[in-house]
Design a binder for this molecule. Structure first.
Ligand code: ZN
Length: 390
């Protein structure tokens, strides 16, 4: 039941220096200079010399039951597997549907989230898909958020994209209002996650709603903001005005998005242009499709985004962009937990969930702990999902 991690360099995300961390079941029980083990206690002790411990990563945009399908049924992307998530340092996920809200269902997403939770992750989901009216379980976004524990907001709602339902400003306004009040009544964030497409409208419609209603900027999170330079510039202004900007780690020139701003460079540019650090978020878009369109909008190829990119971009942010580990880690843990009001997540604090990633001197992942359970050892998963070995 007890595990003692001895003399780890703790980035909580605050740099706490060398500490002992005592885990008790799913929780962090103590963080001290030195923790003495009472005689006769059966405690597993792990030497952390030379290791750095950061909070487990929170991936707030991941297609748990797959997505895609833009190139026909054969291009529907596969479900997420437990070890593919944990090996990337991710211990909490927020799952969602995508383009396909017809052959993918909210009920399946909820069941998948429950399954992954049973397998050791912490999981949440959004109500909805690209389209408006958007799919729900109870018949309304507001009721879904209030009545279903795992549903914490709505998404991903597509705007400025040829695959969207072409929502009007009034549509967006009503959806945001539903999610906001649903969030208030249930003590959740009620955030709307907006899929930003490559269209020229960019953030204009969402911005209009924010400027013409009482709904605060923080009620929504525009994502994929690094997909082209124009949208990225708009997102910088949006974030300086008080909104969140969600960089997609799976969208970069290296992964085939020629016009994208590389995520680690996007973080550097956001910081340099004066965006407050706590307004910058990053998620993977894992298991979503990465369709390639020709100039007429025909699908000419489809790839699948993976979760790995999130940690790789954090490494690049530290090693290439010279962002401190403490700052970089906040973008994928602390900031996300605060934005989405995830209790006991995103910090290494006594009483919080024991979601930890242990890094070596080269910032490579050595261990991953999810709610106190060791999921990854020496960089390799040791716990697998129920049917992973088939
Ligand atoms: Zn999307």
């Amino acid at each position: 039941m007890f595990t003692l991690l001895q003399q780890a360099h703790v980035i909580s995300p605050e740099d706490l220096g060398l500490k002992d961390i005592l885990l008790c079941g799913e929780k962090i029980a103590a963080i001290e200079e030195k923790i003495e083990i009472p005689a006769g206690w059966n405690i597993k002790v792990i030497d952390m010399e030379g290791k750095t411990v950061i909070p487990g990563l929170i991936d707030s945009h991941i297609h748990l039951i797959g997505g895609g399908g833009e190139g026909g049924p054969a291009t529907r992307t596969p479900e997420v597997l437990l070890s593919k998530v944990t090996r990337c340092g991710v211990t909490t996920v927020i799952g969602l549907l995508g383009t396909d809200g017809n052959t993918r269902h909210m009920e399946s997403l909820l069941a998948k989230a429950r399954g992954l939770e049973d397998e050791g992750l912490s999981t949440f989901i959004y109500a909805g898909a690209y389209q408006i009216p958007t799919p729900t379980i109870t018949g309304s976004v507001r009721s879904d958020i209030i009545l279903i524990d795992k549903i914490i907001g709505a998404g991903e709602i597509a705007v400025s994209d040829h695959r969207s339902a072409q929502p009007t400003r009034e549509d967006l306004q009503k959806l945001l209002a539903e999610a906001r009040v649903g969030g208030m009544l249930s003590g959740k964030a009620g955030i709307v996650d907006f899929h930003m497409g490559d269209g020229t409208r960019g953030l204009k419609d969402i911005k209009y709603v924010m400027e013409n209603t009482e709904i605060p900027y923080t009620q929504c999170v525009p994502t994929h903001v690094n997909r082209n330079p124009h949208l990225f510039e708009e997102a910088l202004e949006w974030a300086k005005a008080g909104g969140y900007m969600d960089i997609t780690s799976g969208v970069s020139p290296a992964s085939g998005s020629a016009h994208a701003v590389k995520p680690s460079k996007a973080i550097r540019r956001a910081i340099d242009s004066g965006v407050p650090l706590n307004r910058i978020l990053m998620s993977s878009d894992g298991n979503g499709s990465v369709p390639v369109f020709d100039e007429q909008g025909n699908t000419i190829g489809v790839g699948v985004a993976n979760q790995k990119s999130m940690f790789t971009e954090i490494q690049d942010a530290v090693l290439e962009e010279k962002i401190s580990l403490s700052d970089a880690v906040q973008i994928v843990s602390t900031n996300v937990a605060r934005a989405y009001k995830l209790k006991n997540k995103g910090n290494i604090i006594v009483g919080f969930d024991a979601d930890l990633v242990v890094l070596d001197k080269n910032l490579a992942i050595q261990q991953v702990w999810a709610k106190g359970q060791l999921m990854v050892e020496n960089g390799n998963p040791i716990v697998f999902g129920t049917f992973e070995n088939l």
